[in-house]
Write a protein that binds this ligand. Structure first.
Ligand SMILES: Nc1ncnc2c1ncn2[C@@H]1O[C@H](COP(=O)(O)OP(=O)(O)OP(=O)(O)O)[C@@H](O)[C@H]1O
Ligand SMILES: [Mg+2]
Length: 445
């Protein structure tokens, strides 16, 4: 039996008044593999521990198969938790480590058959008579996984189970976990701060920031249609290029987005998404360009829908099969400070629509409607705190991915073609406004 797990407006505070999980709502389907993704300290483990029953839920409700479960004891939930540091009993063989929970749960029963069947599934039969001290890290991980599987839990709760392993083993075990949980058809909630891991494992990925859910969707959706600039910046390698731009929509001329001294001309006839951008006329926005949305090429090579800009080569990162070129285009990068996300207005204390100035009302509404972030467009061009991108960020405001065929050197002036169909625009609050959120269906459907 596998479980549907639902969280409704669940909050948790360790210190009075500071919510480390803030009104989180999430419906996890039976058999689904859901990944909780977010930077360190955003509350991932806390959510997992609340589902497991190891942490009390302060507010909100946990439902297991539709039934109120806040007060159920951990053992009654029949879930198996797998941690980063697998705590195997050092004085027990793998066989006894795997069989131990079974003995506790059903005293008198002989767990041997189930232990062996589990070991076969994990390919660890020859390790059964060894002690943890005689196993490698990866082997220990497998034994611990065996201990979780043998109990036939109703759900797996995994908290960064692979982060202590080297990259090769991690990839290998990742594939194993993915295959195994799907074969068993057991609902799995998997915590990681590694976006690549999240994208490769999850049926859906839930992105958390400062205890607030930013978006939940298939890996394809969160990549292609990030709800806000935080999700866009957190997911994808190399990190999405985020540039500060201003929308120019003169009544008698072409619509453009200026990026410093250069501009992107929006192709005509304007798409509906671009028409909707008109209301931003004169406002500063954040332009998001994934590295695949820009290519090297001059006007003669331009395809319909591509806009031409110029970049100065700052740095060339050779990666073997491809090259990442860091260009300076004279635009200012937008920073995504890893600030605490603004909270949704507390129930019953929502701002009255008729209160305050127009600006205050708009701000209030923006804050009240979303559990999403306001991502500041920083005023100073000085050093800003960026969310740690997976691969760090080197000089240049635009990173472009190319084949290694181009002989590019520092200081070269290069024509670049921007595929406007792949352009993201975020407003001052960091919310995606292009493609327009209301117009595009979720890719999950
Ligand atoms: N027992 C506790 N007492 C007080 N504060 C806590 C406790 N456990 C966690 N916190 C705080 O709650 C916040 C969320 O912690 P949590 O462990 O859920 O984060 P996380 O997303 O799992 O981070 P990481 O990726 O580093 O494991 C952090 O700010 C942390 O310091
Ligand atoms: Mg954690």
């Amino acid at each position: 039996m596998t479980r549907a797990i639902s969280l409704h407006d669940v909050s948790k505070s360790y210190t009075r008044g500071v919510r480390v999980v803030d009104r989180l709502s999430l419906d996890i389907r039976p058999g689904e593999f859901l990944v909780l993704l977010g930077p360190s300290g955003c509350g991932k483990s806390t959510v997992l521990r609340m589902i497991a029953g190891l942490e009390e839920i302060d507010e909100g409700e946990l439902l297991l198969d539709g039934e109120h479960a806040n007060e159920l004891l951990p053992a009654e939930r029949r879930m198996a938790m797998v941690f980063q540091n697998f705590a195997l009993y050092p004085s027990m063989t793998s066989r006894d480590n795997i069989g131990f929970p079974l003995r506790i749960e059903t005293p008198g029963a002989d767990p041997r058959a189930r232990v062996e069947a589990t070991a076969r599934m994990l390919g660890i039969e020859e390790l059964l008579d060894r002690f943890p001290g005689q196993l490698s890290g990866g082997e220990r991980q497998r034994v611990a996984m065996g201990r979780a599987i043998a109990r036939r839990p109703t759900a797996f709760l995994m908290d960064e189970p692979l982060s202590n392993l080297d990259a090769k083993l991690r990839n290998h075990l990742r594939a194993e976990i993915s295959g195994l949980t799907r074969t068993l058809g057991v609902t799995t909630v998997y915590v990681t701060h590694d976006q690549a891991e999240a994208m490769s494992l999850g049926d859906r990925v839930a992105v958390l920031r400062g205890g607030v859910l930013q978006q939940v969707g298939t890996p394809r959706t969160v990549y292609a249609l990030p709800r806000n600039v935080f999700v866009a910046a957190f997911i994808g390698t190399p990190r999405i290029n985020l540039l500060r731009g201003v929308v120019r929509a003169p009544l008698d001329g072409a619509m453009t987005i200026s990026l410093g001294k250069q501009f992107l001309r929006l192709p005509e006839p304007l798409s509906l998404d671009h028409q909707l951008l008109r209301v931003q006329q004169g406002r500063e926005v954040i332009v998001g360009l994934r590295s695949e949305a820009v290519r090297i090429g001059d006007r003669s090579a331009a395809r319909p829908g591509e806009a031409l800009i110029t970049g100065l080569v700052e740095h060339v990162e050779f990666q073997g099969h491809e090259v990442l070129v860091h260009f300076n285009t004279g635009s200012r990068p937008a920073v995504v400070p890893d600030l605490e996300a603004p909270r949704p207005a507390p129930a019953g204390r929502r701002r009255r629509r008729d209160g305050g100035t127009v600006l205050e009302r708009l701000r209030g509404r923006a804050g009240a409607l979303r559990a999403g972030p306001v991502v500041a467009v920083e005023e100073s061009a000085g050093p800003a705190v960026e969310p740690a991108p997976p691969e760090g960020r080197l000089p240049g405001d635009l990173i472009v991915r190319t084949t290694p065929d181009y002989a590019l050197r520092h200081g070269m002036q290069v024509p670049l073609l921007v595929d406007i169909a792949h352009l993201f625009v975020f407003d001052q609050h960091g919310d995606r406004i292009c493609p327009a959120p209301a117009r595009l269906p979720d890719l999950e459907e």
